[in-house]
Write a protein that binds this ligand. Structure first.
Ligand code: SF4
Length: 331
């Protein structure tokens, strides 16, 4: 399958053809990873953001949003003493907020490295080289940084973070510094043609990544795109399947927004399309409602929901951490 690249028509398939595509993607994932699915937690630690993406409610121009940063001590307590048993890794995520990165994330990474065996990833945007190096020295090993969309014109119009060129340069720089880098893109954005969606596959294939996500566009509350039409579940799943066939070895998450694109069964269908990572949301209640990636009324993926979805698809949570798995590949 190496060197395989999806044809544009795959994005449109429906009915039996779609089922066959998704079945092929799932078979490729099973061949590579078996039945195991990595289970990672996420804590969202700040909804301050200096960027202004049109598709996100945390954009700096949303003055109506109450902004918060989490308390390190209570997070450490919860994650050291009271975390879900199935968790092997943790992702610490925030808007692009260098203050939170230094004052919340850095001490949290240090404490988790000292007191747990969790694999640690961060998703914090493009921070300075020195702060990024401090996070790495503290023990974070994976950096999640989505390139969002590979169409430079649309990227500019939607005010995605910085410029596309900067984003790509940063991804390459992170990989060069020894980070495992995972990226991602959005399917079904307003103004995104099929050709421009295909550009995402070309870019992803060129980048030094260990994984990539496909997120359905969701018209977010309190955003300039709030009145637009959301991405269909079919398109999103077809893109996920194409990505899995393109890169059998990648970590491809079932993103929580699949619950919004396909209420009821979207998330499980993601697992049926070759996804091999699930995320339990552990954000403290007081921050959760204002962490406005999509809708105020969030559908929270608890441990119970994740384990139910994994079991219902005949899969099982990995006992090995994602960090340990990636280390094994590298070493
Ligand atoms: S998508 Fe990320 S960088 Fe863009 S506004 Fe939202 S939190 Fe900030």
């Amino acid at each position: 399958m190496d060197g395989w690249f999806p044809e544009i028509g795959l994005l449109r398939v429906e009915g039996d053809e779609q089922e066959a595509l998704h079945g092929r993607a799932m078979a490729v994932a099973r061949e590579r990873f078996g039945r195991r699915v990595f289970v990672r937690g996420v804590v969202e630690v700040s909804n301050y953001c200096r960027e202004n993406c049109h598709y996100c409610g945390m954009r700096r121009d949303n003055r109506a949003l109450e902004r918060h940063r989490a308390q390190v001590d209570s997070l450490v307590r919860m994650l050291v003493e009271d975390r879900p048993a199935s968790l092997t890794d943790l992702n610490i995520q925030a808007g692009e907020d260098p203050v939170a990165a230094r004052e919340v994330v850095l001490p949290l990474v240090q404490a988790l490295r000292r007191e747990t065996s969790l694999g640690i990833s961060v998703c914090l945007g493009t921070l300075s080289e020195s702060l990024t190096g401090e996070l790495r020295d503290a023990g974070a090993t994976t950096y999640i940084i989505k390139f969002e969309l590979a169409d430079a014109g649309l990227y500019r119009r939607l005010q995605a973070p910085g410029t596309l060129e900067e984003r790509i340069r940063h991804i390459r720089w992170l990989a060069g510094q020894g980070w495992n880098v995972s990226s991602g893109f959005i399917a079904g954005l307003p103004g995104q043609t099929e050709e421009s969606l295909m550009e995402n596959f070309r870019l992803a294939a060129e980048l030094p990544l260990i994984g990539c996500s496909v997120s359905p566009f969701v018209p977010g509350d309190e955003t300039p795109l709030g009145g637009s039409e959301g991405a269909g579940l079919g398109l999103t799943l077809n893109a996920m399947a194409a990505l899995r066939l393109m890169r059998p070895d990648w970590v491809i998450p079932a993103v929580s927004a699949l619950n919004l694109a396909g209420p009821g069964n979207g998330y499980r269908r993601g697992l049926r399309t070759g996804a091999n990572l699930c995320t339990i949301n552990l954000t403290p209640d007081d921050l959760r409602e204002d962490y406005l990636l999509y809708k105020r009324d969030r559908f929270i993926m608890t441990e119970e929901r994740i384990l139910e979805a994994i079991a219902a698809e005949g899969l099982e949570p990995s006992r090995e951490s994602l960090e340990g798995f990636l280390c094994g590949i590298a070493g």
